[in-house]
Design a protein around this ligand. Structure first.
Ligand code: 1OR
Length: 382
């Protein structure tokens, strides 16, 4: 059955989900009722009013960071702050349309020494959001980044604030707080601060340096001009794929977005070998389109015939076993017709799929049983 997704539904639900993640309301239904009622109220007000409210992404050639109504709380808070979504409801009600963005902003170049350039190159190597940039775009990104030194206990970002920069970690450790609770940390690599710039919403978390450190920062306009469109579309595209993969349901929205940043697509023609039994493994695959068949060589005749043991279709995944067991590929996988897969490399797998590991391991136990039943491997002693 085909369903048509109404325009705006994804954005609406995404904004709502982000608000839930930020607020962690004790009563979700009540929160949802209030949230949508306020959104509706505000939309009605906007219709009655010619003047634009809030700030539209891409709406002006040189947009200022989002304005807040309350300036009295600009002092550095002692605790990671918590603020309600209502403060920024006009922003969360906005829809971002990358097509609105015009390349009107000036290029920014921060001159760098060779030593700085080298450090920056190293720091951006594994930044998922930069993955699909063209070489010229990447060059612009490198030019536009500026160095920022931080001290222990320094708040790099405060939850609820306006989004100014996107940050890539060069060195140092950083704690992540949401609503005052420590929810994670960064240790000498990674990046943060993209959410507020991508979705035009207040900062979703507080980031505090726990050591001295160095960050590379990129201003909001440059991020929007170079990184946003590609990254936004990529998230959208893979978020849909991720929705259709049951094993990834265990991920929170923020984790799904990171997985979306990390994926890249590859197409295999009919009959081509995607995975070869015995090879070393460096990635896993999710089927975007098409069908794959899995074959195993009989234990008694390793050089002999391959036996088909399984087929995978859209929404299926494979190639995770070797990444979990750190052993060579246990089976071969071939394309049945043309197949499009999304590939996740081992580093991203290890960093991002922790929450899915239980389900994957359960499925892995099932492989073992199937192979034993087919008499292709010896049963493991229990
Ligand atoms: P930002 O622009 O909102 C704070 O500024 C940044 O912290 C945010 O972008 C992310 O880059 C980063 N939830 C939301 N933002 C997070 C999270 C996070 N972790 C890091 N950031 N969660 C923690 C996941 C370990 C989910 C908590 C429910």
């Amino acid at each position: 059955m085909n369903f048509e997704i109404p325009t705006g539904l994804t954005d609406l639900l995404q904004d709502f989900t982000v608000a839930v993640l930020k607020e962690r309301p004790p009563n979700l239904k009540q929160f949802a009722a209030d949230y949508f009622a306020k959104l509706n109220e505000q939309n009605n007000e906007e219709e009655d009013d010619d003047k634009p409210r809030g700030v539209r992404f891409g709406g002006s050639p040189n947009p200022e960071p989002m304005q807040t109504e309350d300036d009295e709380d600009s002092d550095e808070p002692m605790e990671p702050p918590t603020r309600g979504f209502t403060r920024r409801q006009s922003v969360s009600a906005e829809r971002y349309d990358p097509a609105d963005d015009e390349d009107l902003d000036e290029k920014v170049v921060y001159p760098k020494t060779d030593e700085q350039r080298q450090r920056l190159n190293e720091a951006v190597k594994h930044i998922l959001l930069f993955r699909s940039l063209e070489p010229e775009q990447m060059q612009e990104v490198l030019d536009a980044m500026f160095e920022k030194k931080v001290l222990p206990d320094e708040h790099v970002i405060d939850q609820g604030d306006d989004g100014d920069n996107f940050y890539v970690i060069d060195s140092g450790k950083y704690d992540i707080f949401v609503n005052g609770n420590l929810v994670g940390n960064y240790d000498t690599n990674g990046s943060f601060g993209e959410l507020a710039l991508m979705y035009n919403m207040p900062r979703a978390a507080t980031i505090v340096a726990t050591t001295e450190g160095t960050l590379w920062a990129m201003d909001r306009q440059t991020f929007r001009r170079i990184v946003l469109k590609t990254a936004f579309n990529k998230r959208k595209m893979y978020e849909q794929l991720i929705e259709g993969v049951p094993v990834l349901k265990a991920l929170e929205i923020y984790e799904r977005q990171n997985v979306a940043d990390a994926l890249f697509s590859k197409t295999f023609e009919e009959g081509s070998c995607i995975i070869k039994q015995g090879d070393d493994a460096d990635c896993m695959y999710f089927i975007e389109d098409g069908e794959c068949r899995v074959t195993v060589t009989n234990k008694a005749d390793p050089s002999g015939e391959e036996v088909e043991v399984k087929r995978y279709n859209k929404g299926g995944y494979f190639g995770e076993l070797a990444l979990v067991t750190h052993k060579p590929r246990a089976a071969s996988v071939y394309a049945v017709g043309r197949v499009k897969v999304a590939v996740l490399d081992v580093q991203a797998f290890e960093r991002l799929l922790g929450p899915c590991m239980e389900i994957m391991k359960r499925n892995i136990d099932e492989y073992e049983e199937q192979l034993v039943q087919l008499d292709l491997v010896d049963a493991k002693p229990r």
